[in-house]
Design a protein around this ligand. Structure first.
Ligand SMILES: [Zn+2]
Length: 479
């Protein structure tokens, strides 16, 4: 596709200033029909349907028809898929019932996706091609951004796949090998507790229970399971205690902790102290999963603020709204309940986990693995990812276009919160060497210069701006 995008770049540049022409379901290609290879289109349509049916969680044509004719019940739903059986049919049925409905104009809509139109699955291919040719053979990524504003079930993968069958763009008819559909959970390749995101958050401008001004938020990448600890302040002492409590109450210490709130140096210092004092093995990660992290925080803030009266009055209510409700509910990003995924029966999980960690440490360069001492005794281990060893997220670029809303949200968030700005190799290696030579003297207060996020959160003046930003962003964020 890279080659193809070059050929259409002129058209795209031109179309930037031009209004987007939204295609309608069932709309014909009109004058463009003649210029396209109809055999290739026919093949594309068949390939697309086959692909769609392999995608977990996508409404199939049969299911769509049952919903459109208001005939959906557990019996006929069962007949639409060999994956459905007596044990899961009720859940699936309730899920579909809650999610999709027929509006007054007989249009199927997706309640969970801002009530957008659900395109008849058999018509998605035509719809995408039509949108593409009507808009000067627009690049799939940009096209998807427009289509998803109106249609609930036109995914970026679908858009990309369909455009391969445009004979004008794909002149040599080269089909990249059809990728086997990735599990919907982009982190399915990780183990539970392999990577955990940690963040300091100031949810309200006044403290919870008049006591907790901040909270420490944790989210497991694989399962999306959320934990939280209340903080009376964002100083090192409070962070240290909350992180320690979290780590010691887990069934196993996560392989990697990721952060964008704390700079790497700050987190390193805290983890170093914890690891040596409690003889733990802790890893600091450096994956560039900015959107994943941002989505998690935005969602949490949204949930707490929706119930701000309850949450401000009682910390347990924050836990309930911000963590428990999410952990026990079906999550469309992972197509499962986080609580179930966290305790999923991955065969031989414990052994797999430890082997993976061992191998990982083995592959790190010596300067990234720090053996610690406590009271003169050798105990605890800290290891760090750097730029070269960092975990590469699959399709990182796609994910950012998928999640990020267009325009306004990006700028303020970036300006205020330089998420993941600290993990630069030079910033990491320089302070580290000095840390290793001299045992750290932890100051009572975090160094404000080194931690822009912390100083930002103490300034309430920005809070208002932040809120506005989120109102804009919330609509399209789905975790
Ligand atoms: Zn084209």
């Amino acid at each position: 596709m890279d080659k193809l995008s070059g050929k259409t770049s002129d058209a795209r540049k031109k179309s930037k200033s031009v209004e987007f022409h939204m295609p309608m379901v069932g709309e014909s290609l009109g004058k463009h029909q003649k210029r396209l290879d109809s055999d290739l289109l026919a093949q594309g349509k068949l390939d697309f349907i086959k692909y769609l049916e392999s995608v977990k969680g996508q409404l199939t044509q049969e299911q769509f028809e049952l919903i459109r004719s208001s005939a959906l019940d557990q019996n006929n739903l069962m007949a639409t898929s060999d994956k459905l059986h007596a044990k899961n049919i009720e859940t699936k049925f309730l899920l579909l019932k809650r999610r999709f409905y027929l509006d007054a104009d007989n249009v199927v809509r997706d309640h969970k996706n801002s009530d957008k139109t659900v395109c008849e699955p058999d018509m998605i291919f035509d719809l995408v091609i039509c949108g593409h040719v009507k808009n000067e053979h627009m690049h799939w990524r940009r096209l998807h951004r427009f289509l998803k504003m109106q249609y609930a079930n036109v995914t970026r993968d679908f858009t990309q796949l369909c455009l391969r069958y445009c004979s004008k763009c794909n002149t040599d008819r080269k089909m990249l090998p059809q990728q086997k559909y990735r599990h919907y959970n982009i982190y399915s390749g990780l183990l539970p507790l392999e990577r955990v995101h940690v963040e300091i958050i100031t949810p309200f401008s006044t403290p919870i229970e008049s006591m907790y001004s901040h909270l420490l938020y944790f989210r497991d990448y694989h399962s999306r399971f959320v934990w939280m600890q209340p903080l009376k302040g964002d100083d090192v002492g409070n962070l240290n205690d909350a992180l320690l409590t979290f780590l010691l109450s887990l069934p196993r210490i996560p392989m990697f902790i990721e952060t964008s709130t704390l700079n790497r140096q700050g987190l390193f210092e805290i983890c170093e102290r914890i690891a040596s004092e409690y003889a733990l093995t802790i890893g600091l990660g450096m994956s560039r999963s900015r959107t994943f992290q941002r989505n998690g925080i935005t969602r949490l803030r949204q949930q707490l603020r929706e119930h701000s009266d309850q949450c401000l009055a009682a910390w347990p209510m924050c836990l309930k709204r911000g963590a428990t409700d999410q952990n026990l509910a079906y999550n469309t990003r992972v197509l499962a309940i986080p609580g179930n995924l966290l305790h999923n029966t991955i065969s031989d999980y414990a052994r797999q986990f430890e082997l993976k960690r061992e191998k990982l440490i083995e592959n790190l360069s010596a300067s990234n693995v720090v053996e610690l001492r406590y009271n003169g005794r050798r105990q605890g281990l800290l290891y760090l990812e750097d730029e070269t060893t960092a975990f590469q997220m699959p399709d990182e670029e796609y994910i950012s276009t998928e999640y990020e809303t267009d325009g306004k949200c990006d700028t303020p968030v970036d300006q205020i919160t330089p998420i993941n700005s600290s993990p630069q190799p030079h910033k990491l290696t320089e302070p580290l060497s000095s840390v290793l030579k001299t045992r750290m003297l932890l100051s009572d207060k975090p160094d404000l210069n080194r931690s822009p996020e912390i100083s930002r959160q103490l300034s309430f003046g920005r809070g208002v701006q932040e809120e506005n930003t989120e109102t804009l962003c919330n609509a399209s964020i789905e975790l």
